[in-house]
Design a protein around this ligand. Structure first.
Ligand code: FES
Length: 325
C-alpha cells in the first residue's frame, strides 16, 4: 500500500446542496468555495470530515471520480452517535463551510480486472457506487449487488435507477424487509467466478462475514473489504519500546497506552483521525520490529509483510519497534 498521509492536507469546502434527505441518510454535495476544481480522487476513496475541533469522521466519496468540481458524501445517522453523524444531520445545511482532508484511498479498485463483483449492504453502497461509475466509465464488465432493508429508505437508489451504466453492467437490488423481499445468495454469486475477477464488499459485519466465508477458496488478493467498525480491540497492553528514527527518541509504551498515545505524550505531532484502525490516516512505516496489527485497513498480506502499521491501534510482538517518525 502506498502511504498517502504525507500528502494529507486540509481545506474548506462549501455544502452546495443537500441532494437527498430520506430519513436516516443525508447526501451532501461539497464544492470548493471559489467554484474551482477539487483534488482528484480514485474510486473507493474517503475524506476526513471535521464536525467539531476534536470530532473527525470518515466518509466515502460516492460520485464519479471523473467529476473534478465536487465531492458527494452520504451520512447515515448512527443510533449511538457521539456527535458526528448527529451534527451533520441536525446542524449542517446548504451554504455551510466544512473542513475536510484530501481524499485517501485504502479500498482500491483494480481497474484492469476483466470482471468485478461489487456487493453493498445499506450505507455501504457509497464507495461501491463510486466504483460502479468508474467501471462503467472504463467500459469494464461488472455486477453490482445491493441489499438494503426497504426500497423506501434505500440510499442512492433513485439516483442509481436513472444513471445509465452501459451494457457491461448488471445491477441487482434486494429489499430484505419489504413484503416478498429477498437477500443475495452470496455463495452462488462468488461460485465459479471467471479467473481474474475482483470482488469488493462494503456493508455491515454480517454481510462481510458471509462473504469472507464464501470466498475462502479464492486468492485473498482478489477479495477486498471496507469495514465501518473496528475489527479488534485496540492494543493497549504496553510493555515495549518505540524508537523514532527521524526524531532520535526512544519511548516506552506503558500499559494502558497506544503507540500514538506515547508519541503524543512525548510532544511529537503525527497524523491520526479515527483512532480505531479504520481510516488509515495514522499509517506509519516500520523500519524494524514486529507489529501486532489490530486495524481494518491493511490486507492480511500487508500485515504479514509488516512494513507499515496503524499506530493508533496496533501494538508490538517484539520488545522494540523502530518507526520512520
Ligand atoms: S487514526 Fe484511523 S487508522 Fe489510525
Amino acid at each position: 500500500m502506498a502511504l498517502s498521509k504525507q500528502n494529507d492536507a486540509e481545506f474548506f469546502v462549501r455544502v452546495t446542496e443537500v441532494l437527498e434527505d430520506r430519513g436516516d441518510v443525508r447526501i451532501f454535495e461539497l464544492r470548493a468555495p471559489d467554484g474551482g476544481e477539487l483534488p482528484p480522487f480514485s474510486a473507493g476513496a474517503h475524506i476526513d470530515l471535521h464536525a467539531k475541533p476534536d470530532l473527525v469522521r470518515q466518509y466515502s466519496l460516492l460520485n464519479d471520480p471523473q467529476e473534478c468540481h465536487r465531492y458527494v458524501i452520504a451520512i447515515a445517522m448512527e443510533p449511538e452517535s457521539r456527535g458526528g453523524s448527529r451534527y451533520f444531520h441536525e446542524e449542517v445545511e446548504a451554504g455551510d463551510l466544512l473542513r475536510i482532508s484530501t481524499p485517501r484511498c485504502h479500498f482500491i479498485l483494480k481497474e484492469d480486472a476483466p470482471h468485478s463483483i461489487l456487493i453493498a449492504g445499506g450505507i455501504g453502497i457509497t464507495p461501491i457506487w463510486c466504483m460502479a461509475q468508474r467501471l462503467s466509465h472504463l467500459g469494464r464488465g461488472f455486477e453490482l449487488h445491493y441489499v438494503v432493508r426497504g426500497r423506501a429508505t434505500a440510499p442512492l437508489l433513485d439516483r442509481m435507477e436513472i444513471t445509465p451504466m452501459g451494457e457491461m453492467a448488471r445491477i441487482a437490488t434486494y429489499f430484505s424487509r419489504d413484503p416478498g423481499g429477498s437477500r443475495p445468495d452470496i455463495e452462488t454469486i462468488v461460485r465459479n467466478v471467471p479467473a481474474g475477477t475482483q470482488i469488493y464488499c462494503c456493508g455491515p459485519g454480517g454481510l462481510l462475514d458471509t462473504l469472507k466465508a464464501a470466498t475462502a477458496h479464492l486468492p485473498p488478493e482478489t477479495v477486498h473489504y471496507e469495514q465501518f467498525t473496528a475489527v479488534a480491540p485496540v492494543a493497549a497492553e504496553g510493555g515495549f519500546s518505540v524508537e523514532l528514527a527521524r526524531t532520535g527518541k526512544t519511548l516506552e509504551v506503558k500499559p494502558g497506552q497506544t503507540v500514538l498515545d506515547a508519541i503524543r505524550e512525548a510532544g511529537i505531532k503525527t497524523t491520526s483521525s479515527c483512532r480505531e484502525g479504520i481510516c488509515g490516516s495514522c499509517e506509519t512505516v516500520v523500519l524494524s520490529g514486529t507489529p501486532d496489527h489490530r486495524d481494518a485497513v491493511l490486507t492480511d498480506a500487508e500485515k504479514a509483510e509488516g512494513k507499515t502499521m496503524m499506530i493508533c491501534c496496533s501494538g508490538a510482538h517484539s520488545p522494540k519497534l523502530v518507526l520512520d517518525l
